[in-house]
Design a protein around this ligand. Structure first.
Ligand code: NFM
Length: 230
């Protein structure tokens, strides 16, 4: 804990921004991972991309029930009906996303039914499952949800910036999460998370911060499966 800002001061800018400043190194580790940088500079190994594709398909199948669990918490615990609608629209996008993974895998000759989840993926999916418990507060779950989406948004947006040399065959994948609409959606999630973090008891606030850090660590491990893991 930095202890310089009071909680009241931190809430003016939003807890998420405060945490992003405090944990910038690990956030950067998750969003500017060597695998992402290799896509951006055009040196990516296509076998690594295929590994990511197969593993992420498995992840997204576990992510959908996690999002459903957040929807249930929003329905039970939120006093703002628009929050449920943001989460519901995310579920609808996941339907498209799963279809996209299937057609993309076919293009690359990846047999999805034969993909075996690697340890980092299993660990991440198990972590998601732990967050689905009714004992996990909505504030904690929505913070994790924001972080999971924000890492992909920031990572893939980097591959689309001016001057990036992302191979043409990978641009569509990068646009899925790096496009402005997905950025707006992440901002909506961030606003929801900030609103709840601003009025939650200190013990839940601490749980949310720890959960956010766990997400960032899992994201780094997830990228490591495709690149950089010894
Ligand atoms: C490992 C990981 N993290 C975040 C996302 C983005 N959310 C849904 O698609 C994803 N696909 N995979």
């Amino acid at each position: 804990m930095e202890g310089k800002e009071t909680r009241e001061e931190m809430e003016k800018s939003g807890m998420i921004d405060t945490w992003m400043r405090k944990h910038r190194l690990i956030y950067t580790g998750a969003t500017k991972h060597p695998f992402i940088l290799s896509i951006r500079d055009g040196t990516v190994d296509f076998e690594a991309f295929k590994t990511w594709l197969g593993q992420d398909y498995i992840f997204v199948r576990a992510f959908a029930p996690f999002v459903a669990s957040v929807l249930i918490k929003a329905w039970k615990e939120s006093d703002d009906s628009s929050e449920m609608e943001v989460i519901l629209s995310s579920m609808a996008s996941l339907n498209d996303e799963i279809a996209w993974f299937k057609s993309e895998a076919a293009k690359w000759g990846v047999q999805l039914s034969e993909v075996v989840p690697q340890k980092a993926n299993q660990d991440y999916c198990r972590f998601l499952e732990s967050l689905m418990s009714p004992d996990v507060e909505y504030t904690v779950a929505i913070t994790a949800f924001w972080a999971i989406e924000a890492v992909y948004q920031a990572s893939f947006a980097l591959c689309l910036e001016d001057g990036s040399k992302t191979p043409a065959k990978l641009r569509e994948a990068c646009r899925r999460w790096g496009n402005d609409g997905f950025g707006q959606y992440c901002n909506s999630l961030q606003k929801i998370a900030n609103r709840h973090l601003g009025k939650t008891p200190d013990d839940v606030l601490t749980k949310a911060e720890v959960t956010l850090l766990r997400v960032l660590e899992h994201e780094v491990e997830f990228w490591n499966m495709s690149h950089g893991a010894a």
